[in-house]
Design a protein around this ligand. Sequence first.
Ligand code: ADE
Length: 355
Amino acid sequence: MSIIADDDNFKKARVEKNPVIKAETIEFDKNFENCIRPKTFDSYIGQSALKETLKISIAAAKKRELPLDHLLFYGPPGLGKTTLAGVIAEQMGVDIKITSAPALERPRDIIGILMSLKGGEILFIDEIHRLNKVAEEILYPAMEDFVLDMTTGKSQTVKTLRIPLPKFTLIGATTKAGELSGPLRDRFGIIHRLEFYTEDELARVITRTAGILDIEITEEGAYAIAKRSRGTPRIANRLVKRVADFALVKHDGKITETIANESLDILKIDNFGLDNTDRSLLKLIIEKYDGGPVGIETIAAAIGEDVRTIEDVCEPYLLQAGLLQRTPRGRKVSPETYRHLGYKNIKTIDQQNLF
Ligand code: ADE
């Protein structure tokens, strides 16, 4: 599979800028994510329908010589929302400022960022569903009319000051679109959901990443990793690194199907891509709650994870893989879950429906 030109340049730039890249450890994960991040629509694999509509929106905005409408991306974590925002900035030829809602705690945090924006720039706010009410209300006129409404003085002497802002594009990202307030959601002109990746797409992501990192990998090796990556490129990229370590230490450095499977077994990532946390969650529901339903708080306390991690990180894939179901009375598993985890006593669908 070919590595696209911009990746080669990127790789070269990275090595020139940082010749001792191999010695890095502390900041490695962050740098790793940044250096494998695609910069163009061509090198951004997957989400093809979304890419096509974005290309049109970008071309139209450029023709009008106006910033792009505010955009909201939602979907499970690790599917490339931040990466896509970076690609959009690159295509628009503008800078991007990246922040996340929990970092915008005080009014001055959001005001400071808005006032620092230059014309046409993109402001990316991750986890935008976690924005507090005050920050949200500052954002409304900024998004709608590109102004900051500031109040000064107290009670009778209170004055409202309108400060103009340059025209900018807000890109919001969230794993929980349902938790966004109606008024905030309504202010986004373009709203898109990111989908889980297919095995083919993940194999291409893996091959591309391996190419950038100078890791030799066979097509079968890439597919073996793709199969266990839960439809998520961030996981695929992490696994490439882990498997590459294994290939280097135990073999000659090349990732083959056998080596990939061997190392993923050692990492206890099964052929559905489930790890120990996923399995203990599902086993708990089966063994202690007879298949469910059981409340999320009870599950979280029993397996020692917090509710948010379970909801945001574990559940989206388990739900989509049909291994977990959400009901008004809690979570329950499916007959497929029993089968996958090797239980002989599979509850029949009829029994499940009695709940
Ligand atoms: N790395 C993470 N997400 C990616 C994507 N969508 N395409 C290529 N490489 C990626």
